[in-house]
Write a protein that binds this ligand. Structure first.
Ligand code: IPM
Ligand code: MN
Length: 354
């Protein structure tokens, strides 16, 4: 009997619903060509609902989400909601409460895609960032003292547990071994200044490395890695880093692979429910115009299928993405693709259908 996957769909804010619609088209087309079915349940979460009802992520909803095989997310963030409320209350809450401790973000230049690094090609830009996703400066540790007075103090602390760093590092070594590409794992840190946090990370890294003699290890400071990602991206295979550095370097990664229109990511809990999303935001200025690029969301659906073990269906989607970016799209930027959002989704679904 064909396998059935229960997928929770959170279209979310801004252009989220538009791109998720196209990702679901690709998912359905891939399911039809291979051998599984999906049952999709949509969840109304995000800025609109918050503004109407005050709900961000009700306890019952979270409990329901836990029962799914995977979650596909569009975008979170609304121009009429104060920054931080939805990001922390919904997006980070989902990542933390579902213990999606790895944020997996591939940086791959597909054939035919323009990168500012003109002389680099698809063989030079193909690496994956494993970002710790539940700790660091995102843990919310700290507080105010004398808030609102001239003597105000704000402290924001980075929380790094041995368990948290180690499980993420171990995931990265395993991923690197399975990916079987350059077999090199780079730790990205800041050991010259953050001498507590990255001391712990570095010790965990080299301890775990002993279990993976087949993987070459390397270290780079975060500022230097920003330079190398542009100058010598071909040095990288898998990069592992903490939450904030991972956030920052994956926006840079998105740019060198052609932009946020193509950058997808997964929030992974290897033993629980994982959530896949385009890594760009909700793009309020493009909302409802049918001009946003849905390829990143379609790539998120591809990562979701890979995670579920549907490698053939995932490969169909990846092939279709490569085809659409190399032969159809004039640009990956919203409004300059030469096609509308839904037309791009139709093209991709068409290539999957064969
Ligand atoms: C991302 C985003 C989020 C983050 C924001 C929206 C909270 O930038 O997914 O990279 O900082 O993790
Ligand atoms: Mn980010």
């Amino acid at each position: 009997m064909a396998k059935n996957y229960r997928i929770a769909v959170i279209p979310g804010d801004g252009t989220g619903p538009e791109v998720v619609r196209e990702a679901l088209k690709a998912l359905d087309a891939a399911a039809k060509r291979t051998d599984f079915t999906t049952e999709k349940v949509h969840f109304d979460l995000g800025g609109e609902r918050y503004l109407k009802t005050g709900d961000i992520l009700p306890e019952e909803t979270l409990a329901q989400l836990r029962t799914f095989d995977a979650i596909l997310l569009g975008a979170i963030g609304h121009p009429d909601v104060k920054p931080g409320i939805l990001e922390k209350g919904l997006l980070l809450e989902l990542r933390f409460k579902l213990d999606q401790y790895v944020n997996l973000r591939p940086v791959i230049l597909y054939p035919g895609v323009d990168t500012p690094l003109k002389d680099k090609g698809p063989e030079d830009i193909n690496f994956v960032v494993v970002r710790e996703n539940t700790e660091g400066l995102y843990a919310g540790a700290g507080g105010f003292l004398r808030k609102g007075t001239p003597h105000e103090v704000a402290v924001q602390e980075s929380v790094n547990t041995r368990m948290g760093a180690e499980r993420c590092i171990r995931f990265a070594f395993e991923y690197c071994r399975k990916r079987n590409y350059r077999k090199k794992l780079t730790l990205c840190g800041k050991t010259n200044v953050l001498t507590y946090a990255f001391d712990l990370w570095q010790r965990a890294f080299y301890d775990v490395a002993k279990e993976y003699p087949d993987i070459q290890t390397d270290y780079s400071h975060v500022d230097a890695i920003c330079m190398w990602m542009v100058k010598n991206p071909e040095w990288f295979d898998v990069i592992v880093t903490d939450n904030l550095f991972g956030d920052i370097i994956t926006d840079l990664g998105a740019m060198i692979q052609g932009g946020l229109g193509i950058a997808a990511g997964g929030n992974i809990n290897p033993g629980g429910v994982s959530m896949f999303e385009p890594i760009g935001g909700s793009a309020p200025k493009y909302t409802g115009m049918n001009i946003i690029n849905p390829v990143a969301a379609i790539g998120a659906a591809q990562m979701m299928l890979e995670h579920l073990g549907e490698t053939a269906a995932a490969a169909l989607i990846e092939k279709a993405i490569k085809k659409v970016v190399s032969s159809d799209l004039k640009s990956l930027s919203a409004g300059h693709m030469g096609y509308s959002t839904s037309e791009v989704g139709d093209l991709v679904a068409g290539y999957i259908a064969g």
